[in-house]
Design a protein around this ligand. Structure first.
Ligand SMILES: NC(=O)c1ccc[n+]([C@@H]2O[C@H](COP(=O)([O-])OP(=O)(O)OC[C@H]3O[C@@H](n4cnc5c(N)ncnc54)[C@H](OP(=O)(O)O)[C@@H]3O)[C@@H](O)[C@H]2O)c1
Length: 282
């Protein structure tokens, strides 16, 4: 792969894993298309990436929960004569709480962003990759996709969808030159936790939480190596493998425990501590 000829479109690139994926792609020299909801944040990111790495970057401010956004992105790039060689479906969000107590709008919001937008963008760009005989579909799934997650029931189900769909179409796409990669991070220090109302949970306070920089680095390397499934971090790999000996219900109950709140007196970290520490080490 010659990165300079491989344009990567990244969704959800203004914070967390997507932000650091954007840095990884830029560092390797890929021209970029940056997609997220807030124009000013995208412009700021573009300025930073072009100045630091000397790459080109287009920005498209879009809310991917809107049904029309995928087509608008596709058409805007067509009009600018930009071909997408690597589609990184990264934007996603979660919600914490008992499913039967949360609104249907909350459920559907996760379905729209984590599933529908992924399908719509992929449906527009992957057939073109097949016609050209090459390309990469990179989906951010999650270790959550391997197991059910009580109090994050819909979120886990959306990630199980992304994982299963990625695995299935990777077989359909064999011999087309199009690669599928599913990045499956474990808990990662991003805005995901405050947005989902999960900063007080056992998984965030006491779990093995990775820096988004390390997750993104593992994601880019795995993609460049041609991996279908990437589980960053030894602990996450061990947990996914180890739990397979348990029944589905036992796995789900372990996740329920991880999603319980811990008292403030036992808090070990705040959002950003791990990301900051990783930034200082680099
Ligand atoms: N953090 C974890 O522990 C973890 C673990 C496994 C998998 N993941 C997955 O990793 C991916 C990235 O999440 P993250 O942890 O990096 O969270 P994050 O820091 O909250 O980043 C989410 C990104 O998606 C964007 N986004 C949110 N709603 C959007 C919308 N409607 N349309 C377009 N873009 C939207 C956000 O932009 P705004 O900030 O402007 O909303 C942001 O750029 C998600 O798919 C998530 O499910 C996260």
């Amino acid at each position: 792969m010659d990165p300079q000829n491989q344009t990567a479109l990244l969704t959800g690139c203004t914070s967390g894993i997507g932000l650091h994926l954007a840095h990884q792609f830029a560092k390797h020299g890929h021209p970029l298309v940056l997609v997220a909801p807030v124009e000013s944040e995208l412009q700021q990111l573009r300025t930073e990436l072009t100045a630091t790495y000397g790459v080109t970057a287009e920005v498209l401010a879009k809310d991917l929960e809107q049904q029309s956004s995928a087509q608008e992105i596709h058409d805007a790039l067509d009009a600018r004569g930009i071909q997408v060689d690597i589609l990184v479906n990264n934007a996603g969000h979660g919600h914490h709480g008992k499913w039967w107590q949360q609104s249907i709008d909350t459920d559907l919001s996760m379905l729209r962003l984590n599933i529908e937008a992924v399908l719509r963008l992929s449906k527009l760009f992957v057939p073109k990759m097949v016609a050209r005989g090459g390309g990469i579909l990179f989906n951010t799934a999650s270790v959550a996709g391997f197991e059910a997650g009580p109090t994050m029931a819909v979120y886990h189900a959306t990630k199980a969808f992304v994982l299963s769909w990625s695995e299935a179409i990777s077989v359909e796409l064999e011999d087309t030159g199009v690669q599928v990669t599913a990045l499956c991070p474990g808990p990662t220090d991003t805005d995901f936790f405050p947005k989902a109302g999960m900063e007080d949970t056992t998984v965030f306070q006491k779990g093995s939480v990775m820096a988004p920089q390390d997750v993104a680095e593992a994601g880019y390397k795995g993609m460049a190596d041609g991996d279908l499934i990437i589980i960053p971090g030894a602990m996450n790999k061990a947990l996914v493998q180890g739990r397979r000996v348990l029944t589905e219900k036992a796995q789900a109950k372990l996740n329920a425990k991880m999603y319980e709140d811990v008292p403030a007196s036992e808090h070990q970290r705040s959002r950003g501590d791990i990301e900051q520490e990783a930034a200082e080490k680099r």
